[in-house]
Design a protein around this ligand. Structure first.
Ligand code: CP
Ligand code: NVA
Length: 323
C-alpha cells in the first residue's frame, strides 16, 4: 500500500465483475452491486468464519480499515472494528465531529486522503449520493455502512441469520412491515438474489423506492407491496420491522408515529404468520412503537442473532474485498 511521503500511488480499484465468487477490490454500496452467486458466497463464508474464527486470525494482518460515521451507531461500529481486528487487521473510527464530510472538507478530498492511508473504508452517511461520490474518488474499496437508501451489510447478516434458523432460503416468505426504507431496499434486493418471496406492508406514501421494486421484479424477484400488514404477514416464515423514523428524519417523528401506528408488530399480528415464524429487526428498536416487548422478547425473536451475525458477515466481506 502507498504511504504518505512516498511517490508510489495506490492502484486504482478495478471492478472485475467477471471474477466470481470473490468481490476483491470492489465497492459494496448496494446489495444490487452483487450477483446472486456472490451473495451466496458471502453467506457461506460468513458461516465458515463464524464456525472457525481461529482459521482467519491472521488473514488481514497488515491491512487497515477506516470507519467513517456521519450518524450514531452501536452494532455497525462494534462489529466492523472487531471483524477487522479479530482477523489481524487495524481499524480507525472517525466520527462526524472529526471529519465533516462535505462540510469541513470536500467529499472528494476525504476520499483521496483516506485512499493514501488505509486499504478499505466503511462509511455511514446521510446521503447515498455522497457515498457514491466518495467511492468514485476513492482508489480503495468502499463499503456502505448505511445510507438513506440502503443498508447492505445489515441485509447480508439478516439472510445469514434466517438461513441458520430455517436451513434454507429459497421459497421462504419474508414480510417486512413498516417504512419502505433503507433496510427494506437492501432486503428486497437480497430476497431477489436468494429466491425469497418478500411482501412489504407500508402506509400509502411510504412504499419502498419504485426503482428498487422495478429492478427486483425485472430480475425475477417475487416482491408484493400492500398497505395491509395482516395481508403481508399471513403465513409468512419471517416478520421483519424497523423504526418508523430513521436517522435524519427526526423532525417527522411525531407525524410518523401516527401514520405508522397500525403497522406495529404485536402478538396479534405475529399470530397471523406461520406458527414457526421468526421475528426480525435490524435494531435499534423503539420498543412500544414498531414492536411490542412481548414480540421482541419472545422465543420467536432472532434479533440478537442478527446483531451477532453482523460481526461474522462483515469479516467475510472484508476478507473477500481485501483478498
Ligand atoms: N443495525 C445497525 O446498523 O445498528 P447501528 O445503527 O447501531 O449500527
Ligand atoms: N432505518 C434505520 C436503520 C438503523 C440501523 C435508520 O436508517 O435509522
Amino acid at each position: 500500500m502507498a504511504r504518505l511521503g512516498t511517490i508510489e500511488r495506490p492502484a486504482r480499484k478495478t471492478h472485475p465483475l467477471s471474477t466470481p465468487p470473490g468481490i476483491g477490490g470492489r465497492d459494496l454500496l448496494s446489495l444490487h452491486d452483487l450477483t446472486p452467486k456472490e451473495v451466496e458466497f458471502l453467506l457461506n463464508l460468513g458461516r465458515l468464519v463464524k464456525g472457525h474464527p481461529d482459521r482467519y486470525a491472521h488473514a488481514l494482518e497488515g491491512r487497515e480499515l477506516a470507519l467513517l460515521f456521519e450518524k450514531p451507531s452501536l452494532r455497525t461500529r462494534v462489529t466492523f472494528e472487531f471483524a477487522m481486528t479479530e482477523a489481524g487487521g487495524k481499524c480507525i473510527t472517525l466520527g462526524p465531529q472529526e471529519v465533516g464530510l462535505g462540510k469541513r472538507e470536500a467529499v472528494k478530498d476525504v476520499a483521496l486522503n483516506l485512499s493514501r492511508w488505509v486499504d478499505v473504508v466503511m462509511a455511514r452517511v446521510f446521503s447515498h449520493e455522497s457515498l457514491k461520490e466518495f467511492a468514485e474518488h476513492a482508489s480503495i474499496p468502499v463499503i456502505n455502512g448505511l445510507s438513506d437508501f440502503e443498508h447492505p451489510c445489515q441485509a447480508l447478516g439478516d439472510y445469514m441469520t434466517l438461513l441458520e434458523h430455517k436451513d434454507h432460503l429459497a421459497g421462504l416468505t419474508l414480510a417486512f412491515v413498516g417504512d419502505g426504507n433503507n433496510v427494506a431496499h437492501s432486503l428486497i434486493y437480497g430476497a431477489t438474489q436468494l429466491g425469497v418471496r418478500i411482501r412489504v406492508a407500508t402506509p400509502i406514501g411510504h412504499e419502498p423506492s419504485a426503482a428498487v421494486v422495478a429492478e427486483a421484479k425485472f430480475e425475477g424477484g417475487d416482491v408484493y407491496l400492500t398497505d395491509d400488514p395482516a395481508e403481508a404477514v399471513a403465513d409468512a416464515d419471517a416478520v421483519y420491522t424497523d423504526v418508523w423514523t430513521s436517522m435524519g428524519q427526526e423532525a417527522e417523528a411525531e407525524a410518523r408515529a401516527l401514520v405508522f401506528r397500525p403497522y406495529q408488530v404485536n402478538s396479534a399480528l405475529m399470530n397471523k404468520a406461520r406458527p414457526d415464524a421468526v421475528f426480525m429487526h435490524c435494531l435499534p428498536a423503539r420498543r412500544g412503537q414498531e414492536v411490542t416487548d412481548d414480540v421482541i422478547d419472545s422465543v420467536h425473536s432472532i434479533v440478537y442473532d442478527q446483531a451477532e451475525n453482523r460481526l461474522h458477515i462483515e469479516k467475510a466481506i472484508l476478507l473477500s474485498l481485501l483478498s
